[in-house]
Design a protein around this ligand. Structure first.
Ligand code: ADP
Ligand code: MG
Ligand code: MG
Length: 891
């Protein structure tokens, strides 16, 4: 059996690897051992392992027999190092008992300080320290903490008792109380414990210690901890370690203090010490808010215009020592550290260090500056920044200083902040936006017909739908802030009003959305624009040098393409063409095409659409000059384009000269029970070849025109959606090749182009070897591939996926992060089989997953040539692809 108790500090820190291994001794224990090992002043102590915690819990709360002996030996080690004995009435050793899991976990037991005090040892402490006030203050702190966190008594009673003593004496602050007051309070505290518990406060110091150890272990299975673990994907079988450590005292008068600090500013990343401290205080006083903490440095104090002296000014020697430790720790860990320290009668003691949390902006600045300082190399800098955190920087955000009145909230579906007048339908959004008004589109839920309104709006708010609802996906793609599934809103379309919680609003009233938190606010809250320069640019350039996969964008308008290029996209991986059909000026031609009774009627409508599509593609080719553009031919079920309601049918009948009744009959014929598995994708091309022929013609004509005018010929990649069999692809490829030949003959020039397919049905992945005979490229359409593999409709999944993820059936929402275990096999198989037939086949991914770091890492492993993400995710994908390449090469 391995050792389960390790000591640190004092004469020895074990050099067994386990003694500094976070998985064994927890994060806090590992770093205490590490600090002691490099010679920093750490009060001696010992750590009981996480393994022991797991065993204790498995055995129904029984301590192992060996543990008793090991703890006794470790305690003796502390006693020897400090020269005091635990429970000694003349000169007692006091300890703290601290929990510490592998990662810092707010759900775990709070620290107990000053353990080892009782009615006898408190007198000893008073006499050896020569400070009775300090001894009794420590005792009352101990009783209250122990009663709260170990005995489970309500802390209010203790606080009330303290308030009464203060009031009786006309005191305002705790520091005004003297030894006699604290002694009196200790008496009251003990009475409270005895009354509440039915037995006296434990006087036996060993009983105190084992009670605290037990409480730490038990806290691993507390409700608080369980909730935190679930929210943060922390496995239940890690367990927590227990750290028992000799006390040092920050409450021994005016030469003592306690504080917390960061080695750099965690908000801005600036290389400046940052922190707070308090004179004559202990433990949590700094963060508890009872007294206002003081600034660490003189610069910070002066900047804030504060009076109380900084530590730099008040304790120059201890401060100089602290600054030396900061630099040492940064050099040792090669990262910004978050530190807890105490000064006892002028001597500095280190109580904790860990890599500090930071904002995205600070993460970038620190990574870049640490490379410049020679602390880390570029690879380490790239690996250190969380790609998803960049999202914070890619959208306007609410000014954190500005006041806000929150009306309600929904899901944080697409980041960024936006203010605007409420509009309740897409046409109104477009109309009012065209007049220069900022609008926020509010809908029960959105559908493809709302796209133009979503484009026109600054932000989108829906009452229904999850993180992968139409509104959420489209908004993320467009980079519009979106709050979805805000169930506290109700819309009255008749009255054109909106209720959010208790607040009644009307169309035209201004609201603000925060897509990063899901908050809905009244009026306009000022925002801050994103900055993509400086450190951000530097780090992403380093990342580009390391990455193997290309990064493209899913973009379908010249504006999207422009954004994509600005964010560094190296092509378009998915240009959907259907939105071009919804455009207000074209929808009637589209409807005419769909509802035409014969080929002649359809040809007439298509002839109207051809020049429009050509212009669309031309504009896109111009923006993407010289880069590959993958254009997907028409994909959605036709009924999505149909008129709704009598008025629209009448209007269409007027425009195209076919009776409204005939139109309605045709529309009924097109009805489908399950349109997502219905007449869509390449099935449209098979049954209405003239639609795909028109689109192909528009693509090739536009490409020829751009080649003519700019001299830079685009390489169009024509993509056929929803292919299941090679035959579908070969029929349609022949149609496209024939159209290309016709266009090239007309234009008198030949251009390079590719024809390929999406792999988005399981059958296509299985048959990828055959399909590759006709496909120059595959693009894994993992949205549909996930739907069809899981048999889960993305649009309906919100209702049950939540509980599924909560119960761990899927580790994450499979529409957000690829189900690597399942769907991933089909991707791997598709890639392998495709390459077996056609070694040079180009492989990419164009689902939502193309912007998800975990999925991107998988794409690297499969060896895809590129990932394609929404324009605003391109920088995230660039960084994630670099990280994936670096981790793959280090494996
Ligand atoms: P948390 O994980 O909540 O930060 P800690 O175990 O770090 O809890 O304890 C909180 C604070 O208690 C520390 O920052 C320190 O001020 C104080 N503390 C813990 N152990 C000791 C000790 N041995 N001597 C003095 N103060 C201590
Ligand atoms: Mg701490
Ligand atoms: Mg699809």
């Amino acid at each position: 059996m391995s050792k389960q108790v390790y000591h640190f500090g004092g004469s020895a820190t074990s050099d067994e690897p386990r003694a500094k291994d976070k998985t064994i001794v927890g994060g806090k224990g590992a770093n205490l051992a590490e600090m002691a090992g490099i010679g920093l002043p750490v009060p001696p102590g010992f750590t009981i392992t996480t393994e022991e915690c797991v065993r204790y819990l498995a055995e129904g709360g029984e301590f192992a027999a060996e543990l008793q002996a090991d703890v006794a030996a470790a305690l003796a080690h502390i006693e020897q190092a400090v020269g005091k004995r635990f429970g000694d009435a003349a000169d007692p050793l006091l300890v703290s008992v601290r929990s510490g899991a592998r990662v810092s976990m707010p759900g775990m037991m709070d620290t107990v300080l000053n353990l080892g005090l009782n009615d006898a040892t408190v007198e000893g402490l008073a006499s050896v320290s020569g400070d009775a006030r300090f001894a009794w203050d420590s005792y009352r702190r101990f009783i209250q903490m122990y009663a709260d966190v170990v005995l489970g008594l309500d802390h209010h009673k203790f606080e009330d008792a303290l308030e009464i003593v203060k009031e009786d004496n006309g005191f305002y602050a705790d520091v005004d109380l003297d030894a006699e007051h604290w002694r009196q309070l200790v008496g009251e505290y003990k009475t409270i414990v005895a009354e509440e518990l039915g037995r006296p406060f434990p006087q036996d110091v060993h009983e105190q210690l084992w009670g605290a150890i037990r409480a730490v272990f038990d806290s691993w299975d507390s409700d608080r901890a369980k909730v935190y673990r679930r929210l943060n994907d922390i496995p239940g079988d890690w367990g927590t370690a227990v750290n028992v450590q000799a006390m040092v005292f920050g409450n021994m008068g005016d030469t003592s203090a306690t504080g917390v600090a960061f080695t750099r500013d965690p908000a801005t990343g600036e290389r400046a010490y940052y922190g707070e401290w308090l004179v004559n205080a202990q433990g949590e006083d700094v963060v508890a808010g009872i007294r206002t903490p003081q600034y660490l440095t003189r610069t910070a104090r002066e900047a804030a215009g504060a009076k109380p002296l900084s530590m730099e000014e008040a304790m120059p020697e201890a401060y100089a020592e602290l600054a030396r430790v900061f630099d040492l720790l940064e050099r040792h860990y090669r990262d910004m550290q978050d530190i807890e320290f105490t000064v006892e009668r002028g001597k500095l003691w280190m109580l904790q260090t860990r890599s500090g949390k930071r904002t995205a902006r600070a993460a970038l600045r620190m990574a870049v500056e640490m490379v410049e300082e020679g602390l880390i190399d570029r690879k380490a800098a790239i690996l250190r920044v969380d790609p998803m955190a960049l999202d914070q920087l890619l959208h306007p955000t609410l000014d954190p200083e500005a006041p806000r009145e929150v009306l309600g909230s929904g899901l944080p579906a697409s980041p960024g902040a936006a203010s605007g007048a409420i509009v309740l339908d897409a046409d109104t959004a477009e109309r009012r936006a065209a007049l220069g008004e900022a609008v926020v589109l509010v809908r029960v839920e959105t559908s493809p017909e709302d796209i133009h309104g979503m484009h026109a709006a600054r932000g989108i708010l829906t009452a229904r739908g999850g993180m992968t609802s139409h509104a959420a996906v489209v908004a993320r793609g467009m980079g519009r802030p979106c709050v979805s599934g805000a169930s506290s809103i109700s819309i009255d379309m008749q009255a054109r009003t909106l209720r959010i919680g208790a607040r009644q609003l009307a169309e035209g009233d201004v609201i603000t959305l925060d897509g990063a938190t899901g908050q809905i606010m009244a009026g306009e809250v000022p925002t801050i624009e994103p900055e993509l320069v400086g450190d951000f640019g530097t780090l992403i350039a380093w990342a580009d040098a390391e990455r193997r996969m290309k990064v493209r964008a899913n973009a379908e308008t010249p504006a999207d393409c422009h954004t994509a290029r600005q964010f560094g996209a190296e092509g378009v991986g998915l240009c959907r063409t259907e939105h071009m059909f919804f455009d207000a000026g074209r929808i009637s031609a589209v409807r005419q095409m769909i509802l035409a009774e014969d080929i002649a009627g359809r040809a007439k409508a298509l002839a109207k659409l051809l020049p429009e599509q050509r212009a669309d593609f031309r504009a896109i080719f111009e923006v993407m000059s010289g880069l590959p553009v993958t254009i997907r031919l028409l994909d959605p079920p036709l009924h999505e384009f149909l008129p709704h309601g009598d008025a629209e049918f009448a209007e269409l009948s007027e425009t195209i000269g076919i009776g409204a009744e005939t139109l309605k009959r045709r529309a009924d014929e097109l009805h489908e029970f399950n349109p997502m598995l219905g007449h869509r994708g390449c099935r449209l091309g098979i049954t209405f070849p003239e639609i795909y022929a028109m689109q192909a013609r528009a693509i090739f004509e536009a490409a020829c025109d751009v080649a003519e005018s700019s001299g830079a010929a685009p390489v169009p990649e024509v993509m056929i959606p929803l292919v299941a069999t090679r035959k579908e692809l070969s029929i349609l490829k022949a149609l496209i090749d024939k159209t290309a030949a016709e266009v090239f003959a007309d234009k008198g020039r030949t251009l390079e182009y590719l024809v390929g397919t999406m792999i988005e049905l399981p059958r296509a992945a299985l048959m990828a070897g055959e399909i590759a005979e006709d496909a120059a490229f595959f693009s894994f359409g993992t949205n549909d591939l996930t739907q069809t593999t899981l048999g889960v409709s993305r649009d309906d999944a919100a209702r049950f996926l939540g509980p599924y993820v909560e119960q761990g059936i899927y580790p994450r929402d499979p529409f957000v992060s690829l189900d690597i275990e399942g769907v991933g096999q089909l991707v791997q198989m598709g890639a392998d089989r495709g390459r077996a037939t056609r070694a040079a086949i180009k492989l990419g991914i164009c689902g939502e997953h193309g912007g998800d770091p975990a999925s991107i890492a998988f794409c690297e492993k499969v060896g895809l040539d590129y990932v394609s993400a929404s324009p605003f995710r391109v920088p995230i994908a660039r960084l994630a692809a670099a990280q994936a390449a670096l981790s793959a090469s280090s494996r």
